[in-house]
Ligand binder design. Structure first.
Ligand SMILES: C[S@@+](CC[C@H](N)C(=O)[O-])C[C@H]1O[C@@H](n2cnc3c(N)ncnc32)[C@H](O)[C@@H]1O
Length: 296
């Protein structure tokens, strides 16, 4: 079965980035290449798109999609925190804009064997970059209860963190927790029934927490928020689309810090949200927030 990822807030992002012919942009989260393609259309015939992505399956998708744009596209399999080194390797001093569209693509989420979805019985993996050595199963089966609780609290804002951590430990004493289904069942049992809501699956926060920790998502975001601006030319822009409050807070505070240092100006006092029409068309867009800053 083939899954398609519908890119979020594309028009808003490419407008804010001022994608005009001949310009050079970085897409730090290339994914299936949805935003990248729109950037390439707007910057034709000679603009350049540098795509960074650490998931090989996503790169394969993007390369297929972006083939018609030939050598206007340069793809790097890497972590976006390494952007300074990537640009250096290309002898590029500065770019016109940077886009980050955080989180998972539908291609990753829907593939049971990648272990991101709490539906089904996939291996408990959750690595976006399969070269990383720490899977969600390693965390769940290897960390002490206090550390599991901290992850659930910090990265999942899960009010039942202690109960879930204890339940994981007692379950893994019987047998290792190897599948997404096994973890989901533990969470379902640990959270009292009357707190199971229909709107949000009880396992959502737990899965979010282990995914963030397994991929060190917040460390990476903090890193690019600190160093990304240096890759921009004056008046170059950086747009970040986030999907949950931990990310959005970090983006907001990151831009504020840079504004305080006098190196960036915030263009979105409040984050932009997808139109109602987009939210209807693409449920994944519902939690999206877009923030943008400009190098001064
Ligand atoms: C929401 S998807 C991007 C979708 C893309 N904008 C599109 O329209 O197809 C986010 C992508 O960023 C990648 N990613 C997340 N963190 C990354 C990081 N630190 N370095 C490189 N890629 C990352 C994920 O693997 C995923 O493919």
């Amino acid at each position: 079965m083939e899954f398609k990822h519908i890119p979020v807030m594309v028009e808003e992002a490419v407008d804010l980035l001022r994608c005009e012919p001949g310009r050079t942009f970085v897409d730090g989260t290339l994914g299936g290449g949805g935003h990248a393609e729109e950037i390439l259309k707007r910057t034709g015939p000679d603009g350049v798109l540098i795509g960074v992505e650490w998931d090989q399956e996503a790169i394969d998708e993007a390369e297929k999609r972006l083939k018609p744009y030939g050598n206007r596209v340069r793809v790097f399999r890497d972590n976006f925190v390494h952007l300074p080194a990537i640009l250096k390797s290309m002898a590029i001093e500065s770019v016109d804009g940077i886009l980050l569209d955080l989180g998972l693509s539908s291609i990753q989420l829907e593939k049971e064997e990648r272990g991101f979805s709490f539906r089904g019985e996939g291996r408990l993996d959750m690595r976006m970059d399969e070269r990383r050595d720490c899977t969600a199963a390693d965390l769940v089966n290897g960390l002490p209860a206090t550390e599991l609780e901290r992850i659930l609290l910090e990265f999942g804002e899960e009010r039942w963190a202690r109960r879930i951590a204890k339940a994981i430990v007692s379950e893994r004493e019987k047998q290792p927790v190897q599948t997404t289904g096994a973890l989901r069942r533990i969470v379902y049992r640990a959270i009292p029934k009357r707190f199971h809501t229909r709107r949000i699956d009880p396992a959502t926060r737990t899965f979010q927490a282990f995914r963030i920790r397994a991929n060190e998502e917040l460390e990476n975001l903090r890193g690019i928020m600190e160093s990304g601006w240096e890759a921009l030319r004056r008046e170059g822009r950086m747009c970040v689309i986030s999907f949950h409050s931990l990310e959005d807070r970090m983006v907001k505070e990151g831009f504020r810090r840079l504004e305080g240092q006098g190196v960036m100006r915030i263009l979105t006092k409040r984050p932009l949200r997808p139109s109602e029409e987009e939210q209807k068309r693409n449920p994944r867009a519902r939690s999206a927030k877009l923030r943008c800053g400009e190098r001064v």
